[in-house]
Ligand binder design. Sequence first.
Ligand code: HEC
Ligand code: HEC
Ligand code: HEC
Length: 206
Amino acid sequence: MAPKSQSSTIGRFIRDRAAYLIVGVLAIGIGIGLSGAYATVVDYTNSLQFCGNTCHEMQQTVYKEYTHSKHFRNQQGVVVACAQCHVPQNNWPGTFGHKVMASFELWNHFVLGESDPAKFEPRRLELAKKVWASFAATNARECKACHKYANMVLDDQRPSVRAQHVDAMKTDENCLDCHKGITHKKFEDDTPKKASPAGGSDFDVQ
Ligand code: HEC
Ligand code: HEC
Ligand code: HEC
């Protein structure tokens, strides 16, 4: 076939499918736009400003306590944002699930009137238990994203602390078995304890 008629065949091929091409390109464009919008919402809702300072009930309670904790003020000036502990890191399906669940909190805030810290306070133990359960399920994945037993300079720790960590390291123990209430007010976990695994510890620090 002559080159001319070949190019017109290609031209016709493209013309016949132009609609599909346009739809395809538009769909890709919309997809990119939506992922950008989603990423922006995630970034914004993960920010310390949003998590701690948007709602009155958080500002007066968990946020205030957090600002007195070592994860906000410390010798090195490192700031650990709410989301670094509370939102699955580097895991978009996990983040998405968290955002969907967290949006139910808007119901509590706007409909049940929990924007009043006095109404929020009585629910805190119940919420803390949910957080403990989620850390138990991931074996404190978010804590361990920053703190690794293997990287602890055990010699710099007091002997009593070192002994706890040497033990905990053997079973890669959940940090919260011993470190509850370090960022927020401490609540007693009144859930009946399962029998401790051999070598496990019920030691609880303030
Ligand atoms: C984004 C990193 C990051 C995450 C996530 C994180 N930490 Fe920390 N943590 C730090 C830094 C940095 C310090 C050091 C503060 C200092 O110098 O005293 C610290 C200090 C501590 C301390 C000693 C001070 C104190 O408050 O008693 C404990 C215990 C601790 N973290 C436990 C945890 C636990 C448990 C989790 C998970 C619920 C966690 N951390 C999550 C970075 C992190
Ligand atoms: C078996 C109990 C136990 C487990 C599990 C445990 N710790 Fe500790 N940890 C302790 C005790 C006890 C202290 C001393 C607390 C104090 O002085 O208030 C301590 C102190 C610390 C300190 C401060 C170090 C210092 O020299 O004062 C950091 C940081 C810390 N733990 C991080 C963690 C992290 C992160 C995890 C999980 C990866 C973890 N711990 C798991 C018992 C434990
Ligand atoms: C170092 C990790 C860490 C940081 C940073 C952190 N939290 Fe928490 N948060 C926890 C843990 C662990 C619990 C479970 C209860 C406990 O042990 O204190 C919790 C519990 C909560 C609860 C349940 C109610 C309660 O009082 O326990 C809320 C709400 C909450 N956090 C919000 C926030 C907000 C808002 C911020 C930021 C201003 C924040 N958290 C920062 C680890 C963290």
